[in-house]
Write a protein that binds this ligand. Structure first.
Ligand SMILES: [Zn+2]
Length: 325
């Protein structure tokens, strides 16, 4: 039986294991693979550099050397010395998101959001009157739709598939007036508050009361009031990246095993795991690897070395990549 492609290692170019870990996750993101396959000559040099890495791994299982990507992709955003030193994978992902978003022509990629296209959302916004029966729903859906259209139009790129949104709900504890504020994310950071991913997700939806010095000014009451604050996941794209916050503000690493399932439900939508960025070791002497699913089997990508792996749920799991089922 012939081996599938997509199981090539990436050469370490000097402290670049963090980039290799991130690149393997992007390489194994089906929508990106398809996008770059169909667009052999992307619009800009930087998109081309990324497409070369993705296409390279899918064309041959020989170790790929991402030298042109590492040398030229970050120019103008990050100093070369920083690229060749150990970095956090979520930081590296954020740089890649920033560059790809900046380089991508707009009104081209037609990203889907909660299963809907931008055109559909615009139409929904126009037909606001249709939601009249339930004022609460109509208001929040309208506000959300407006937010997401603006956000996607500004930030559209081949990576928009990862874009999700959260809503913060502040409720005045005197008059019950509610304030909704939406925010978008590419990576969903999750505090480790439980030994299971589902537990951490549930806990992240808990509300807190802001009182004392943290009171908010309520326009309705015209004074500072205690408020109930809830922050919750609101919308998801076709893909979602979850970061288990293993590194504390005090500079320590949480080494607990957080058990996660290959299938999860987020906001009522089923997602399945396809890639993991692992962090091994301590804060100062860490190493990054990646586990990715190829043709139904999990492989460990440790720079140049690639091998099949059975147990993917380990205490090294740091960033999890899920796609809609
Ligand atoms: Zn009030």
């Amino acid at each position: 039986m012939t081996e599938p492609t997509g199981i090539a290692g990436l050469q370490n170019l000097g402290n670049t294991c963090y980039l290799n870990s991130v690149l393997q996750a992007l390489i194994h993101t089906e929508a990106l693979k398809e996008y770059f396959k169909q667009n052999n000559v992307p619009e800009t040099l930087k998109l081309y550099l990324l497409s070369k890495v993705v296409n390279g791994v899918w064309s041959s299982n020989n170790t790929a050397v991402p030298i042109s990507f590492v040398t030229h992709f970050f120019t103008g955003v990050k100093d070369k010395r920083i690229i060749y030193s150990q970095n956090d994978v979520t930081e590296a992902l954020a740089w890649i998101f920033e560059i790809v978003t900046k380089e991508s022509p707009k009104k081209k990629y037609h990203p889907k959001y909660d299963g809907a296209t931008l055109d559909y959302l615009k139409d929904k916004k126009k037909k606001r009157k249709g939601f009249k029966e339930n004022y609460f729903n109509s208001y929040i859906i309208y506000k959300y739709t407006k937010f997401i259209i603006d956000d996607l139009e500004k930030n559209e790129s081949p990576l928009s598939i990862f874009r999700g949104s959260q809503v913060s709900i502040l409720t005045c504890m005197k008059c019950n007036k509610i304030k909704y504020t939406f925010s978008a994310f590419d990576i969903l950071p999750l505090d480790i508050t439980d030994l299971t991913l589902n537990g951490c997700l549930e806990n992240s939806n808990q509300s807190e009361v802001l009182d004392g010095e943290n009171r908010w000014f309520c326009k309705n009451c015209n004074q500072k009031v205690p408020v109930k604050k809830e922050m919750t996941l609101y919308g998801t794209g076709e893909y979602v990246i979850i970061q288990l916050k293993r590194f504390t503000a005090e500079g320590e690493k949480i080494t607990a095993l957080v058990a996660f399932d290959e299938s999860i439900i987020l906001n009522g939508v089923a997602f399945e795991l396809y890639s993991i960025c692992n962090h091994h070791g301590g804060v100062k002497s860490g190493h990054y690897t990646n586990y990715s699913l190829v043709a139904g089997k999990w492989y460990s990508f440790d720079d140049e070395s690639v091998q099949q792996v059975k147990n993917i749920v380990t205490a090294n799991a740091y960033v999890l990549f899920y796609k809609k089922k």
